[in-house]
Design a protein. Structure first.
Length: 380
């Protein structure tokens, strides 16, 4: 199989790499993290100007028409630079839901704005009790005139503090764990009855708790058929998982590079510590984990936009498990090989380690995806 990039793909990767390298040095990243927005509005706009936020969308909506592979190339570079912008949740997850479920009018209105970075989306799908279960939805949507009224609470809405539109899952019928009966609604964060409590996450990003108290949603702000959107929600989360594996890959590559450079320069007993065989073996273990994660991230990217079937679900579950395990292993080993400096807040390795650990939990941790993979094997 030929894994070489096309000329167009190589140009896309080079563009993303150059932008991150020039605009996102670690010291600047820390200033973005400490700002009110929690990320760089200027960098977000640059992503739009260069067409990087347009990569997954069809050309008719101002997009690039890219596949999961093109998304992987962008996400890897964003992961390498520890970028804080909500690309994954706005462009891949949120934009994917609008592209799959939206009416013609909704797509014509929203997708060009998302593709140009003029509009930021956030997906509010988690709740305090849900623990990775997309079908565990207690937020309610009750019919009211020609629209709905939403009441409930959503947890850990990444990018929700700054989003121009929130995509909220709510139950229109059925019981707590039913897959049928779930709807998706476009909510204006400034609408009456909406409140948000913003906070920084452990890996430097910003999220929020979302409170909905009888929020009125018009009929033209409903995504898809109310009660029948679970399959689409699951499918788009799969695309987000594939993109997240690519982000983890970039972060793992950078962590390995930082560690190797440190082993070559840090001296003990008059020689670089990289001369010690036991440390060489541990570095090889890190590279082995990285190679396995690379293979799975590429495989996930090739399946991300494919047909929604058990094969795709198995690949994505396996990829998330391998990348989460590798990320945790690489983060732990990198800190051990660095010694005390590896935990220093002013050194970017510590931030890569935190991000890799958090990636391992978002959209399901290792145990969750191993169980999902096992269930899919039983029905194969």
């Amino acid at each position: 199989m030929d894994f070489r990039l096309t000329e167009e793909q190589q140009m896309l990767q080079d563009t993303a790499a150059r932008l991150v390298r020039d605009a996102y040095p670690f010291e600047q990243r820390e200033k973005y993290r400490e700002s009110e927005q929690g990320f760089s509005v200027e960098f977000w706009n640059q992503l739009g100007e260069l067409g990087l936020t347009a990569v997954p969308f069809a050309e008719e909506f101002g997009g690039f028409g890219g596949s999961g592979v093109e998304t992987m190339l962008v996400m890897t570079e964003l992961g390498r630079g520890l970028t804080l912008e909500p690309y994954l949740h706005s462009v891949v997850f949120g934009g994917g839901l609008v592209a799959q479920l939206g009416s013609d009018a909704q797509k014509q209105d929203l997708l060009p704005q998302v593709a140009s970075a003029a509009l930021q989306l956030a997906v509010a799908f988690e709740e305090l009790q849900s623990h990775y279960q997309l079908n565990d939805v207690q937020t309610r949507a009750e019919a009211a005139g020609d629209g709905y009224r939403l009441s409930g609470r959503k947890a850990v809405v990444i990018g929700g503090h700054s989003a121009g539109k929130l995509i909220v899952s709510a139950r229109v019928g059925g019981r707590r764990f039913d897959e049928q009966g779930i709807g998706l609604f476009l909510v204006d964060p400034n609408a009456e009855g909406v409140s948000r409590r913003a906070y920084p996450t452990i890996d430097g990003r910003m999220g929020c708790e979302l409170f909905l108290d009888g929020v009125k949603v018009a009929a033209d702000a409903v995504l898809g058929e109310p009660g029948s959107v679970f399959a689409a929600l699951q499918y788009q989360q799969g695309r987000a998982i594939a993109a997240q594996c690519a982000e983890a890959l970039g972060s793992m590559q950078e962590a390995c590079k930082l560690t190797l450079d440190y082993l070559k320069t840090r001296k003990q007993f008059g020689v670089p510590i990289g001369k010690f065989q036991v440390l060489q073996h541990r570095m090889v273990d890190m590279q082995t984990e990285l190679e396995q994660a690379t293979s799975m991230a590429i495989l996930a990217a090739t399946f991300a936009d494919g047909e929604d079937n058990d094969d795709r679900r198995r690949v994505l579950a396996a990829a998330k498990y391998v990348c989460a395990r590798a990320g945790r292993k690489i983060a732990e080993e990198a800190i051990q090989l660095h010694g005390g400096i590896g935990m220093t807040w002013e050194y970017n390795l510590a931030h890569h380690a935190k991000r890799l650990v958090m990636i391992g939990h978002e959209f399901g941790d290792e145990d969750h995806h191993v169980k999902a993979f096992s269930r899919l094997l039983q029905v194969a």
